[in-house]
Design a protein around this ligand. Structure first.
Ligand SMILES: NC(=O)c1ccc[n+]([C@@H]2O[C@H](COP(=O)([O-])OP(=O)(O)OC[C@H]3O[C@@H](n4cnc5c(N)ncnc54)[C@H](OP(=O)(O)O)[C@@H]3O)[C@@H](O)[C@H]2O)c1
Length: 255
């Protein structure tokens, strides 16, 4: 039993890797920073391999797939991703495009490559990490929210396609709210209430094995996701703008 985890050197990916390792899975972690990967490998323990690779290109996603194909992967966790705060026009275009390459394109490419194999053997699990950001538009984090909406909708649609074929393959989407990880350091903000990533991973892995398609970890966020369906977009936009501007202003104050 073997699990491949992109973004497995830190945060949610690392926590999920630890959780799967506890359940007896051999682990392959993928990320760019070799030192962080080595540390994660040591933290997890035996039967952990590392692959130092930037997966934000089709070429490297294909390279990764070909590298691990002989190992007959059972679980793919698409966790590599990053966020970006600020006004759409003021953000660097290349960084926005890099985010789409990683959050959207790498998730899509790896999902497609592994799903094909999983379908053939009629077994396997794919868990894509979206966010509660997937449920609404996100002014001042416009591009990030949009990438996560894409991941959620893509996952849901694929899940239905394979369900219609009576496939035993699982594909689902984890939609966490704020989680205490390196993600926030990169954004330069601190969330007032952030979930512990090990607790999140324990919950997410249990739900994945119960074949839950959309996994939302806390009751509050579940309720929000549900209510978002009924709240007019205008109201959501204002509310989300206010949340983000508060975070940005707090981050400026704490600098
Ligand atoms: N933290 C939150 O509040 C939160 C909430 C909801 C959803 N999420 C989502 O959860 C996922 C994981 O985020 P996290 O919070 O665990 O963040 P994190 O601690 O920053 O972890 C990100 C991981 O992705 C890897 N990575 C980044 N760019 C990469 C690239 N181009 N190629 C390969 N690996 C790359 C990083 O390692 P290297 O930098 O060494 O490559 C790291 O292992 C993301 O998709 C994020 O959007 C996070």
């Amino acid at each position: 039993m073997i699990a491949l985890i992109t973004g497995g050197s830190s945060g949610i990916g690392l926590s999920i890797a630890k959780e799967l390792h506890k359940l007896g899975y051999a682990i392959i972690l993928v990320a760019r920073d070799l030192e962080k990967l080595k540390k994660a490998q040591k933290d997890i323990g035996e039967n952990t391999e590392i692959i130092e690779l930037d997966i934000s290109t089709l070429e490297n996603c294909t390279k990764l797939y070909n590298m691990v194909k002989p190992k007959d992967i059972d679980i793919l966790i698409n966790s590599a991703g990053f966020g970006l705060h600020g006004k759409f026009l003021e953000q660097n275009l290349q960084t926005q495009l890099d985010m789409i390459d990683l959050n959207v394109k790498a998730t899509q490419i790896l999902t497609k490559l592994f799903l094909n194999d999983f379908k053939e053997k009629n077994y396997g699990y794919i868990l894509n990490i979206a966010s509660t950001a997937a449920f609404s538009p996100g002014p001042l984090m416009a591009c990030y929210f949009a990438t996560k909406a894409y991941v959620l909708r893509l996952t849901e649609a694929i899940a239905e396609e394979i369900r219609q074929e009576h496939s035993k393959v699982y594909i689902g989407c984890l939609c966490p709210g704020p989680v205490a990880t390196h993600f926030n350091d990169l954004l330069g903000v601190k969330f007032a209430k952030a979930q512990n990533s090990d607790e999140l991973a324990q919950f997410a892995v249990a739900k994945m094995f119960k074949r839950k398609m959309i996994i939302i970890p806390t009751l509050n966020h579940k309720l929000n996701a549900f209510l978002n369906k009924f709240v007019p977009t205008k109201v959501l936009l204002k509310a989300n703008y206010n949340v983000q501007i508060k975070k940005i202003n707090n981050a400026k104050k704490n600098k």
